[in-house]
Design a protein around this ligand. Structure first.
Ligand SMILES: C[S@@+](CC[C@H](N)C(=O)[O-])C[C@H]1O[C@@H](n2cnc3c(N)ncnc32)[C@H](O)[C@@H]1O
Length: 356
């Protein structure tokens, strides 16, 4: 039995069932046994692969996007370049390589990484050892210094815990994680109903709400509206809000039962882009998208970039570039269509990749 499962059993026995939000929070961020506290989730031996790990082209286009945004801001000095949830630091290394080619950009920015995982902070430090800027790490967005900022967040919002509500004949109840008769973790629902008046629903329906994601977006968008800058979010999710739940566990590149391996499997949800959009607009920022990731990459010039890389590549490298290109842009690829891109910007800005 995992150490976290033991602790969760004791916690539930003493205090009663946990909300889905608290369960997710503990599985991912428990100070000792949390998935992100103790694991290296990437790579062949890890649990998943992300777009910047598929190809350097992803981070290079992210770098071009950031540089264009900075030019559109009027090339100011003292801009924060912030990556939230930087993984192994692969994307930021590619971003900074591109940044070197834009006169004045590197001199104008200082680099901040928001990361909770000590394992991944160490990986980021190693990846960025030779980078032209030295990062400052933060455990949360609240400690970032004030000032205009360009934020990048790939596959970050899907890792934020959500609440679930279950509809009964009499109303909505918070979905909870409790103990079954054999001591296994099981889903249940709180006895009391909770006021979600605008929603009808039918008995058995489940509603998923990312209160944490909404709060994070509100902080970032308010900051962009009042101090200037932009945020780019890439993630898997849906463009419209709706009923249903999307909590999923992944371990060793395969889906798993979300209650079966607490702390050992990655837990994520599909991002509700419509909700993020509403939160950003309510905070006073302008919002563009979401557009599909495949379309965004195409608009930023991924096919041209692949052509140039292939011009100097061996046959084996060319085949790798084509395979990555397919994974990122083919209409039947998850990374091209389920993944979406959303930009939150200061009022007067038209960010690249969203022209329609
Ligand atoms: C799925 S990984 C994506 C990594 C990277 N962006 C990439 O594309 O390879 C999620 C990242 O977000 C970080 N993370 C998760 N929850 C976080 C939180 N609440 N605050 C800050 N970072 C968090 C993880 O440690 C990890 O770096």
């Amino acid at each position: 039995m995992s150490a976290l499962l033991q602790e969760l059993r004791a916690m539930i026995a003493a205090e009663g069932p946990l909300s889905v939000e608290r369960y997710m929070q503990l599985c991912l961020q428990h100070p000792v046994h949390g998935y992100y506290t103790s694991k290296m989730p990437f790579g062949r031996a890890g649990d998943f692969i992300t777009a910047p790990e598929v190809s350097q082209m992803f981070g290079e286009l992210a770098g071009l996007w950031a540089a264009q945004v900075w030019l559109d801001m009027g090339s100011p000095a003292g801009v924060r370049l912030v990556e939230i949830g930087p993984g192994r630091g692969t994307m930021m290394a590619d971003v900074l390589r591109v940044a070197r080619g834009v006169p004045g950009f590197l001199e104008a920015i200082d680099l901040h990484l928001v990361e909770t995982s000590p394992v991944l902070r160490e990986a980021q430090r190693r990846t960025l050892e030779a980078a032209p800027l030295t990062p400052v790490w933060h455990a949360a967005i609240e400690t970032l210094p004030d000032g205009p900022a360009i934020f990048l967040a790939n596959e970050f919002f899907d890792a934020l815990p959500v609440r679930h509500y279950v509809r009964s004949e009499t109303g909505w109840h918070e979905r909870q994680v409790g103990l079954g008769s054999d001591g296994d973790l099981v889903f249940g629902a709180a006895a009391e109903t909770i006021g979600l008046p605008s929603l009808a629903g039918r008995p058995g329906d489940i509603l998923e709400i990312g209160h944490v994601a909404r709060a994070v977006m509100t902080v970032l968008a308010s900051r962009i509206a009042s101090q200037g800058g932009a945020l780019l979010v890439w993630d898997y999710g849906h463009a419209e809000s709706g009923l249903g739940e999307t909590l999923q566990a992944v371990a060793g590149h395969a889906f798993a039962d979300p209650l079966a391996h607490p702390g050992e499997a990655d837990l994520t949800v599909h991002v509700d882009f419509a909700m993020l959009r509403r939160a950003a607009e309510a905070a006073g920022a302008a919002v563009h998208g979401p557009v599909t990731q495949g379309l965004w990459l195409e608009r930023l010039g991924i096919f041209e970039r692949a052509r140039r890389l292939k011009a100097k590549a061996s046959a084996a490298q060319s085949a790798e570039i084509d395979s990555a290109l397919g994974r990122l842009t083919a209409p039947n690829s998850t990374m091209a269509t389920l993944f979406k891109v959303l930009a939150v910007v200061q009022k007067d800005m038209r960010p690249p990749g969203f022209e329609d």
